[in-house]
Design a protein around this ligand. Structure first.
Ligand code: GDP
Length: 610
């Protein structure tokens, strides 16, 4: 059979065989699989309307398109599948598939507090942290490690609840985006003096799509104007019907400030867990968990808070979390105490990683350091590919010209105090939508202060650096000043988003809107040695102005566009404007007009961006 010709290029033709390509693969990868010359694939794709280089990552649909053209069946392997295969090759699985029913033991529920800004999420977490300290615990909870456990009594039995100590749904969604399901129950905080707000609705949607039951904390009941009944009414619209109204959602009226009904809220969490979830895990196996927060500590190196999901994590275990690996040297809890072993649902700070894992990375205990390292390395390589794929914008030939002329791109480098916030910030920033013409790219991100390396990269790629809860280190500020690199510092995600949105909108070129002025009809033509051909007109509607934009119509068809009224006279005098019903003489930047033609005049007004 003849080789197919794609856009003039001869290429090998498949027989419908399956080719597996990793998400974010390049044309070189593709070429290697089908034993073709990468350059010919580049050319073929170019002819199909896409410009990519051989080593650049391409999107799924591009791989499919090329596959279809060449009669190969392209299977794009998702990162999850790939990871499963990777673990499989080491005889490992992430998950509880192999746990026997009789090995399962009840574990504490893991709770995330969500809700609208200022409704009291942070305050609630603080109050719970302070009020529920087990007797004999010295000093209570002293460290922020990203999660904490509190005891609560239900039916005379002491039980634990694990709280994720980062309020808001950004962290929740960032983790879910990595496929990590950490939260068992969401506490939805709604201020009784305010009501259901946009982020309340978002939180409900996030919890629902993750299939996480919700307990509603109606907060600030100490405030004047608090109306808990109204909140119950509003929430029924979102499918959250209070038990007292015949529904199955528990509502607890609280005051995070005064500590009112906090115990009842904790009880409601346990009751909801018991009623709708089967929270059990096998403690007798190698530990698996999720990294929920991680940062680089000056003295201790990479520090990651890990929530154990099954098994028991012990000091000395070889671990891999995402593309970080290491051996557990030390584990510390939220009280600052050493923990020799951590059971399911227990959050612990793990020291001993060689690099900082990301929030949402799953953690596995493996047999030996070598395996941990191999898995980490393979994942790191894959992640580099993925990032490259994500950062690339597809440019079609049709708009290549305009893209080259018009694309405004805002490059950002994000630095933050822990990986959770950096990710939340990245996610939120990427989500800013200001239309097609401006593109936002996060070209680098990381945990820790702003370094000279960051500044150098920013200078080279014309980027702005965002420091979230961190400052510049060493000579970074000096360098930034010298290089003209802008560093912006934030402590509130919301504010960062607002300012970046503004910056992006500012980069947009103004949009002009045509505002019609009026129409004139040409009744006579005069020749002037100075002005050329003059149209003697009658203004039939609106007005005509000097310097106005105009188009010429003949028999209702546009003859000429984008003209300007260069001079305007009323009788013998220059005029700036002539109104409907009056005669005038005018010249245009175009003089091929005739008696009977109609001139439409308009102005361009800048349209505010929505
Ligand atoms: P977040 O944005 O949801 O984390 O809200 P915060 O926890 O920061 O609370 C926002 C504001 O509401 C703060 O000034 C809190 O002190 C206040 N606040 C929180 N809970 C209560 C409460 O139960 N009663 C009253 N009166 N104020 C509260």
């Amino acid at each position: 059979m003849q080789a197919p010709v794609v856009g003039g290029v001869r290429l090998p033709r498949g027989n419908g065989e399956v080719i597996r390509l990793a998400r974010g693969a390049s044309l070189s990868d593709f070429a290697e699989k089908i034993d073709a010359n990468p350059a010919s694939l580049v050319q073929a794709l170019f002819n199909l309307g896409e410009m990519v280089t051989a080593t650049q990552s391409v999107g799924d649909d591009t791989l499919q398109l090329l596959g279809d053209e060449l009669n190969f069946k392209v299977q794009v392997v998702s990162p999850e599948d790939e990871d499963r295969e990777l673990l499989d090759s080491f005889d490992l699985t992430y998950g509880d598939d192999d746990d026997e029913e009789e090995d399962l033991v009840v574990r504490p529920p893991v709770v995330t507090v969500m809700g609208h800004v200022d409704h009291g999420k942070t305050r609630l977490l603080d109050t719970i942290r302070q009020a529920n300290v087990r007797e004999g615990e010295h000093g209570g909870i002293t460290q922020h490690i990203g999660a904490y456990q509190v005891p609560t009594t239900l039916d005379g039995e002491e039980r634990l609840i694990t709280f994720i100590d980062t309020p808001g749904h950004e962290a929740f969604t960032a983790m879910r985006a990595r496929g990590a399901k950490v939260t068992d129950i969401a506490i939805l905080v709604v201020a009784a003096d305010d009501g259901v707000m946009p982020q309340t609705v978002e939180a409900i949607n996030h919890a629902k799509s993750a299939d996480v039951p919700i307990v509603v904390a109606v907060n600030k009941i100490d405030k004047e104007g608090a109306d808990p009944a109204k909140i119950r009414g509003q929430l029924t619209e979102f499918g959250l019907v209070a038990e007292e109204y015949g529904g199955d959602t528990m509502f607890v009226d609280i005051s995070a400030r005064n500590g009112t009904n906090i115990d009842q809220l904790l009880e409601a969490v346990l009751l909801t867990a018991d009623a709708s979830l089967d929270l059990r895990a096998n403690p007798d196996r190698e530990a698996q968990g999720v990294s929920i927060e991680a940062h680089l500590d000056r003295g201790r190196g990479p520090v990651a808070t890990v929530l154990i999901q099954r098994g028991t994590l012990r000091v000395g275990d070889s671990v891999v979390a995402g593309d970080a690996y290491g051996r557990v040297r030390k584990m510390v809890d939220e009280h600052g105490d050493d923990v020799p072993e951590a059971l399911p649902s227990r959050p612990v700070q793990v020291i001993g990683f060689t690099s900082v894992p990301r929030a949402g990375d799953s953690l596995l205990v493996v047999e030996e350091d070598r395996i941990a390292r191999q898995i980490a390395d393979r994942r790191a390589a894959r992640r580099r590919n993925e990032l490259a794929a994500k950062g690339r914008r597809r440019i079609s030939l049709e708009d290549l010209d305009s893209v080259l002329k018009e694309t405004s791109q805002l490059n950002l480098i994000l630095k933050g105090d822990n990986s959770g916030t950096v990710e939340a910030l990245e996610e939120a920033l990427i989500g800013i939508d200001v239309g097609e013409e401006v593109e936002l790219r996060v070209i680098d991100r990381g945990v820790g202060g702003v370094t000279e390396t960051n500044v150098n990269l920013a200078a080279a790629s014309n980027a702005i650096i965002i420091g979230f809860n961190v400052r510049a280190e060493g000579k970074a500020t000096e360098l930034a000043n010298r290089e003209g690199v802008e560093i912006r510092y934030y402590t509130v995600i919301y504010q960062a988003i607002e300012e970046i949105t503004k910056a992006l909108t500012g980069m947009l070129k103004p949009v002009y809107e045509e505002v019609s002025l009026g129409t004139v009809e040409i009744r006579a033509l005069f020749k002037s040695s100075k002005a050329g051909l003059i149209a003697g007109c009658m203004v039939t509607s609106g007005v005509v102005r000097r310097n106005a934009k105009a188009r010429l119509l003949r028999d209702s068809a546009v003859i000429a566009e984008n003209l300007t009224v260069t001079s305007l006279r009323r009788e013998k005098d220059d005029a700036t404007e002539v109104r409907e019903g009056y005669e005038c003489g005018l010249t245009l930047t175009y003089s091929d007009f005739k008696v009977g033609d109609v001139i439409e005049t308009y102005e361009l007004q800048e349209k505010p961006r929505g």
